[in-house]
Design a protein around this ligand. Sequence first.
Ligand code: CA
Length: 218
Amino acid sequence: MQILLVEDDISLAEGLQKGLRREGFTVNHVSNGADAIHAVDTNTPDIMTLDLGLPDLDGMDVLRRVRKKYPDLPVLLLTARDTLDDKVAGLDTGADDYLVKPFAMQELLARLRVLERRVSTTASSEIQIGDVCLDTATHRVVINGTNVELSRREYMLLKALMENAGRIQTRANLESRLYSWGEEVASNTIEVHIHNLRKKLVQDFIKTVRGVGYTVKK
Ligand code: CA
């Protein structure tokens, strides 16, 4: 899951990035409205968390402009404005949810999981495909009742594939889900992770679509 974090408070943004990455999200951060609009256009995230008080544009303007072009992009507003009017205006403008600062990381994560479930093909935090069960809330992967230890990237990769079961994921697509902008990614990185992941999963769970990418059957 790739999150675009729009936040001009740099220390808050750094803390959120750390916390979200620890939870297996890929996070890209921008600190103003113009960059946010550009980022959504060039590398559309799965979820956008949007601060309302930005240095250039008002967050509500960013929301309006993004919403026009991307009606289905989940947007979570993060803001210090805690009056009822602001909340109602934010939701009326098309935000999916609203979190008032200061908030607990646990609450942000819970709200993101709700949005995450909306964009994925599953309805609960558990995705079960064949003998493999992945829980996005606890980050546990269980095969036939046995816990499987995965590295963070392996988990993120498996999650991206299982959330999109039945759809082919290109290498570029998977890379953008595993790595943030500016992170060094070797050209065979995804292949290496897939190779390691396959050794830990049931045989043929991840299918290679030659010349295109990978898929997990529904
Ligand atoms: Ca702000």
